[in-house]
Design a protein around this ligand. Structure first.
Ligand code: NAP
Length: 302
């Protein structure tokens, strides 16, 4: 069997097209656009490239976009004051502080200072709680899990009554996606199992999965014989396993591999995400979805 490829790059374009249309309509009817501020501390090259991509996407969609770059030695007090300024700015619907932060700043204190109604990353404890309750309580599901669920829905995979197995229990992927898949509602209603480093017989759990979501950060962890024939396999892992010269630019680029042995798995699974080009492009896309939602909540039209 050759699995159907679930391509994040294609789903991203579909969703961004939908957002673009909605932004135009809201602007024409109400004269408002979503506002997103990205706060970048210092000059970490990986952080700078993520932020650039976020800004490029927001600008393409017609959002108001502010990039607020601050020196690496900014004090915690000044950073908190900056967040307070944006919390009180009605033209800003989403506040994003790019992690990691310098060591002298307490991440938790900073993330918890963001107004939960502008926390488009969905990491504030109030939004984590809302996600746990589910249904109408949910405002901003965290972006990577939201992207995973959206891919599953758009690929037409049946989730209701499905055995969903999640490999990994991190706060940013494993725990939230497990919680989202077991809620009552579309794209959920699954029976969920979460496995991790202390799980016995991980293969036995994986083999039961109609939907297998893997977020461990271990290249090739999931073996083809662990996959149930016809299953939907979502590979969240992004592992740098070497370098190569890009044919397009002639520059050195990383060779990326997922947590699943893709070449063998695609002969067994019913559908599967590639790495790169699978879950990766969905994270920024869902950040844009959340920022638009935030404006709609503010306007009372969500
Ligand atoms: P993380 O915080 O390191 O968590 C990894 C989880 O996997 C932990 O719960 C760990 O179990 C479990 N795990 C690790 N090795 C395992 C093994 N051999 N057997 C069973 N479980 C194992 O990682 P993360 O932030 O969730 O990210 C996971 C992967 O997804 C990474 O490759 C990351 O780069 C990628 N990622 C991609 C995106 C994107 O594409 N947009 C976004 C986020 C993350 P314990 O809890 O027992 O230690």
């Amino acid at each position: 069997m050759t699995a159907k490829l679930i391509k994040g790059t294609e789903i991203r374009e579909e969703i961004l097209g939908e957002i673009e249309e909605e932004v135009k309509k809201i602007k024409a009817e109400h004269g408002k656009v979503p506002g997103l501020v990205t706060i970048l501390i210092g000059e970490n090259p990986a952080s700078m490239s993520y932020v650039t991509l976020k800004i490029k996407t927001a600008t393409r969609l017609g959002f108001k976009e502010i990039q607020d770059s601050q020196p690496v030695d900014i004090s915690e007090e000044d950073l908190l004051a900056l967040i307070d300024k944006y919390n009180n700015d009605d033209s800003i619907n989403g506040i994003l502080v790019q992690l990691p932060l310098p060591k002298h700043i307490d991440d938790k204190k900073i993330l918890n200072a963001i107004d939960p109604d502008k926390d488009v990353d969905g990491f504030h404890p109030i939004n984590v709680g809302r996600l746990m309750i589910g249904g109408d309580e949910v405002k901003f599901p965290p972006c990577t899990p939201a992207g995973i669920q959206e891919m599953i829905i758009r690929a037409g995979v049946e989730t209701s009554g499905a055995e969903t197995v999640v490999v990994g229990r991190s706060n940013i992927v494993g725990k939230p996606i497990a919680n989202m898949m077991l809620q009552k509602g579309p794209g959920a209603n699954s029976t969920v199992t979460v496995v991790h480093t202390r799980t016995k017989d991980m293969d036995v759990h994986c083999k039961r999965a109609d939907i297998l979501i893997v977020a461990a950060g271990v290249p090739g962890l999931v073996k083809p014989e662990w996959i149930k024939p016809g299953a939907c396999v979502i590979d969240v892992g992004v592992n740098r396993v070497g370098e190569k010269i890009s044919e397009k630019t002639g520059k050195k680029i990383a060779i990326l591999r997922g947590d699943v042995d893709f070449d063998a798995a695609k002969e067994i699974a019913g559908s599967i995400t590639p790495v790169p080009g699978g879950v990766g492009p969905m994270t920024i896309t869902m950040l844009m979805v959340n920022t638009l939602k935030s404006l709609k909540f503010q306007m009372g039209i969500a």
